[in-house]
Ligand binder design. Sequence first.
Ligand SMILES: Cc1ncc(COP(=O)(O)O)c(C=O)c1O
Length: 357
Amino acid sequence: MSFERENIRKMSGYASGEQPEDESTLKLNTNENPYPPSPQVSKVLATFKAESLRRYPPATAARFRGLAAELHHVSPNNVIATRGGDELLRLAITTFVDPGECIGVTQPTYSLYPVLAQIQNCPIVEVPLLDNWALPENFAQQMNQSKVKLTLLVNPHAPTGTLLDYDRISLLASDLDSILLLDEAYIDFVEGPYPTTELINEHGNIIILRTLSKGYSLAGLRFGYGIAAEPLIDPMMSKTRDSYNLDHLSQLIAEAAILDQEHAKKTWLRVIDERRRLQNALLGLGLTSPPSQANFLLVSVPASCGLSAADIYQKLKEKHILVRHFGGPGLDDKLRISIGTIEENNHLLSTLEQILA
Ligand SMILES: Cc1ncc(COP(=O)(O)O)c(C=O)c1O
């Protein structure tokens, strides 16, 4: 006999990227920032007093929210701090979507979305991207016709790295009957200004997801935040969030990291430079990828290679290099490769050259 709810019993859960135990494996499979976090983070760790853990942490992460609000020119009431971007996704679903109501996504998309929908027992409405990974013109109409309550859109898109036009997002928000959750986990790696946070002043149905996991090199910390108009932030903040969702040490580290914009930006620029170089070098090996504005490339393995994407994934793994092979519709012949440091990318390239020779 099972005590699980029917929908939980039927689902298989989220498959995280592989986490090798040995330090020598080159990890290019989970889009972590290849550079260390701000030195201010080490300072916080060195001076943190264990005694302060006796007390509960600041309940609403007010200091962090104040800093994020300043950075994005919004009010602290427009910001919620969460345990990774993932907690914001879960909060948005449990706060705004009843079990049985539809959640809309593109196909492909972040593989956690369908899992969160299954937990809430919500059908998923999937709209396939076009061959060039663009959003179909009638995307909003398809969502509205299916009575979608929450549309989840990654931008820059995962796993392709493609970026939506700012005006297109604004139009989409106007056309949609649902909430539009813009998942900007990779926004820090976009070249040039891209001020989407302004959209929350024009559109009462947009929630923007941000994370410190990628742009601030803090995937191990589990810290993210949401930005939206107050009527969207308030119920998550005051009703559905765990009362102390962020521990004291995490809050101090996140504050130090977001304050050190200069350090973070340096890592973004290095990733952007390496993205360009890696993409060209891969092209030289016959491996194409769409223009990416994220810290990864979605690389196609042509049939002329003589090896499938799954073969290359396996051969790289044997040589202690991890990349991601999702498989499934449109992704069978593709590998998602995170951008590493110059040395890491050189190692990847020379290994790929051997494999393909
Ligand atoms: C598209 C996308 N959104 C959100 C997240 C959540 O990141 P985190 O929970 O680490 O903040 C990730 C993590 O890989 C992601 O790829």
